[in-house]
Design a protein around this ligand. Structure first.
Ligand code: GTP
Length: 557
C-alpha cells in the first residue's frame, strides 16, 4: 500500500499532508455549509425587507393618488359653475403637477365627460367604463388595464408595450347629497416602473435583483415589456413576508421573496411584490471565501509537508549515519565509531548500545582469532607428529625386528622399483642370495640365542660392506638378499666375494666362525618379473650349496 514510501521522511510527510488536507477539507466544507446557510438566510431576509420597502413605497404612492382624487371630488365648489372653468383649471393644475396622469376628467351623472385635461374625451360617454360604474358608489382604484378609449389619443410607449392605466375615481356629490358625477384619473402604468426603479439601490442592481408585481391570479403585471412577456412565476411561491429558494423557468435557482401590497379598503388590488435574486450571486461572496480558504488550506498543507519532511529528516539522518557506520565496520573499518553526538535521547541511547555491542563483538573476535591461531599451531604440531610416527611406522613395518635389516616387504618394494627402472632406463641390477652354511648346527651347538646373535652380526657385517651401493634384506630364516642397483655381473660377483670373505673372517662369538654360500643373478632384458631374477639367484645359491658351500656361484641364466 505504501510502496515507494519506504522512508521515515516520505511517510511522515505523506501522513501530515494527508491529515492536514483532510482537516482543511472538513473545516472548509463545514465553514462553507454554515456560511452559505447564514448568507442565504441573510440575503433572503434582505430581499424580504427590500420587498417590504417597495411595497410601502408603492402603496404610499397609490394612497396619494387616491387621496388626490378624493380631495378633488370633495371640492364641491369646482362643480357649481355651469362652465366648469374652475374644475378645468384644477384639473390642469393637477395634471401639470403630476406628469404620470395620462388623463384626468369629470363625467356627469349620466356618464358623459364634461371636463378633462387638454379636453381629451370631452363629450364621450364613459358610463360603461368600470371606473365610472364603481366610482359612482365610492372611491375606486381600478386594476391595471390596457387603454381603450385613449388608445389612439396617447403617444405609444417606445418599447412597444401597450398603453396601460390604473384608474382612480371618486363620486362627486352636491351639497344636498345629490350625485353629480364621477371625477377620475388614469395614471400611466409607467409610474410603477419609476417607483420601483427609484426603490432599487445601485447595490441591489449589481446583485441582479429582479422585481415583479403579480395580481391575485399570479399573473405578472410588472414588468410588462416584451422582455418579460413569457415569464411565469414558479409555484408555490413563498408565503407573505417570507422567502425561499426556487427554480424559475430558466432552470436557474433564485432566492425568491414575496410581500403583499398594503392598500386601503377601496384599493384592495391584491398585488404582490415578488423579488428574485440569482442564488449564485447571493452566494458569490461565500464562494470567493471558500476558494480562498481552499487555497489557504492547500498552501498550509504544502507548508506543513515541507516542515514535516524537515522534521523527519532530523530523525532519520542520525539513523542513516548509524547504518553507514555499521556498513563501514562490516567492510573492515574497525576505527569507525557509533558515537553520533545526537541530542535526541533515543538516538544517543541507540548509539551507545551499538558502540557497546561493537566493542564486545570486537573483543570476542580477537579471542576467537587467538583461539584459532592456537588451534592451527596445535594441528600443525600434531600433523607433524603424526607424519613422523607414520614414517617410523612405515620404516618399522619394513625392518626385520631381529637384525634391523630390511625385511621381505621392503625387499619386494625395492625390487619392483628397480625392475621398473631397469625396464624404463635399460639399467642393470644384480641380486645376491646368501644362506649361512650349516646354521642348524650352530643352533644345535650354541643354542638359539647365539644363533640369533650370529644372524645379527651377519646383518651388521653386510650393511657395513654394501654401504650405499645397495640394500641388505633378511630374506627369511638364516637367508639374506643383497640388491645392487645399476650393477653389472663383475661388480656383483666382487661384492659377493667381499661378503663371503667378511663372514669367513669374522669371529661370530668366542671361537665360532661360520661360512655362507652365495648365488648371484643379473637382471635380463627379457625378464618380465623381478622374481625371475630372485629365482635365478636362488638357483645359483643352490648350486653353491651343492658344490661345496662357502663359495660364490654366478647364475648363467
Ligand atoms: N637361532 C636361530 N635359528 C634359526 C632362525 N631361523 C632359522 N634358524 C635355523 O636355521 C636352521 C636351518 O637349517 P637347515 O635348513 O637344515 O640348513 P643348514 O643347517 O644351515 O644346512 P645347509 O643350509 O644345508 O648348509 C634351522 O635349524 C633353523 O631352526 C632364527 O631366527 N634363529
Amino acid at each position: 500500500m505504501l510502496r515507494g514510501f519506504d522512508t521515515f521522511r516520505k511517510r511522515i510527510t505523506l501522513l501530515s499532508g494527508g491529515l492536514l488536507l483532510s482537516l482543511s477539507f472538513v473545516l472548509v466544507t463545514s465553514f462553507y455549509q454554515l456560511t452559505s446557510t447564514r448568507l442565504s438566510n441573510a440575503s433572503g431576509e434582505s430581499l424580504v425587507s427590500l420587498s417590504q420597502s417597495i411595497s410601502n413605497m408603492l402603496s404610499a404612492n397609490l394612497l396619494e393618488r387616491e387621496r388626490e382624487i378624493r380631495l378633488l371630488s370633495r371640492r364641491t365648489s369646482l362643480y357649481e359653475n355651469q362652465d366648469l372653468s374652475a374644475l378645468q383649471d384644477a384639473i390642469d393644475e393637477i395634471r401639470n403637477s403630476y406628469k404620470d396622469y395620462a388623463w384626468i376628467g369629470f363625467a356627469n351623472a349620466s356618464g358623459t365627460v364634461i371636463a378633462s385635461g387638454n379636453g381629451i374625451l370631452k363629450g364621450v360617454d364613459v358610463s360603461q367604463r368600470p371606473w365610472f360604474i364603481h366610482g359612482r358608489s365610492g372611491p375606486f382604484v381600478g386594476n391595471v388595464h390596457e387603454a381603450l378609449l385613449l388608445e389612439n389619443l396617447m403617444p405609444k410607449p417606445k418599447d412597444g408595450s401597450p398603453i396601460r392605466f390604473v384608474d382612480f375615481a371618486a363620486p362627486v356629490m352636491g351639497e344636498n347629497g345629490d350625485f353629480k358625477g364621477v371625477v377620475a384619473t388614469h395614471a400611466d402604468w409607467s409610474w410603477v416602473r419609476e417607483v420601483l426603479l427609484s426603490s432599487l439601490t445601485e447595490a441591489s442592481k449589481r446583485k441582479g435583483i429582479d422585481i415583479f408585481i403579480i395580481d391575485n391570479d399570479k399573473k405578472i403585471l410588472y414588468p410588462d415589456s416584451n422582455l418579460f412577456s413569457n415569464i411565469e412565476v414558479p409555484k408555490p411561491l413563498p408565503k407573505d413576508g417570507q422567502f425561499k429558494s426556487l427554480i424559475w423557468q430558466d432552470e436557474s435557482e433564485y432566492l425568491t421573496s414575496l410581500v403583499s401590497l398594503n392598500s386601503s379598503e377601496s384599493s384592495n388590488l391584491g398585488w404582490q411584490i415578488v423579488l428574485r435574486q440569482p442564488l449564485s450571486s447571493a452566494m458569490s461572496a461565500v464562494k470567493e471565501v471558500h476558494t480562498l480558504l481552499l487555497f489557504l488550506g492547500v498552501f498550509a498543507t504544502l507548508l506543513c509537508m515541507l516542515l514535516a519532511y524537515q522534521f523527519a529528516s532530523t530523525l532519520s539522518r542520525p539513523l542513516e549515519r548509524l547504518a553507514q557506520t555499521a556498513k563501514s565496520i562490516q567492510q573492515g573499518n574497525r576505527k569507525e565509531t557509533f558515537q553520533d553526538g545526537s541530542q535526541l535521547t533515543e538516538i544517543a541511547s541507540l548509539s551507545r548500545s551499538l558502540e557497546e555491542m561493537m566493542s564486545s563483538l570486537l573483543v570476542r573476535e580477537q579471542s576467537l582469532m587467538q583461539m584459532n591461531l592456537t588451534l592451527e599451531t596445535k594441528v600443525q604440531h600434531r600433523t607433524a607428529e603424526l607424519e613422523a610416527s607414520n614414517r617410523s611406522l612405515k620404516e618399522a613395518v619394513r625392518l626385520d625386528p631381529l637384525t634391523h635389516s630390511y625385511n621381505r616387504l621392503a625387499l619386494d618394494e625395492a625390487l619392483l622399483d628397480e625392475y621398473r627402472l631397469a625396464k624404463e632406463l635399460k639399467r642393470p641390477f644384480a641380486v645376491i642370495m646368501v644362506d649361512a652354511d650349516h646354521f642348524k648346527k650352530v643352533n644345535d651347538t650354541y643354542g638359539h640365542t647365539i644363533g640369533d646373535i650370529v644372524l645379527q652380526k651377519i646383518a651388521k657385517l653386510f650393511a657395513g660392506v654394501v654401504g650405499i651401493k645397495g640394500m641388505v634384506a633378511r630374506f627369511g630364516g638364516e637367508e639374506f638378499t643383497v640388491l645392487l642397483p645399476d650393477t653389472g655381473g663383475p661388480e656383483a660377483k666382487d661384492m659377493a666375494e667381499m661378503l663371503r670373505e667378511a663372514i669367513e673372517k669374522e669371529e661370530m662369538t668366542e671361537g665360532l666362525y661360520i661360512t655362507a654360500s652365495f648365488g648371484v643373478a643379473l637382471y635380463e632384458i627379457d625378464d618380465n618379473h623381478y622374481e625371475q631374477v630372485l629365482n635365478r639367484a636362488d638357483s645359483a645359491l643352490y648350486k653353491a650349496k651343492e658344490t661345496g658351500r662357502n663359495q660364490v656361484v654366478m647364475s648363467n641364466k
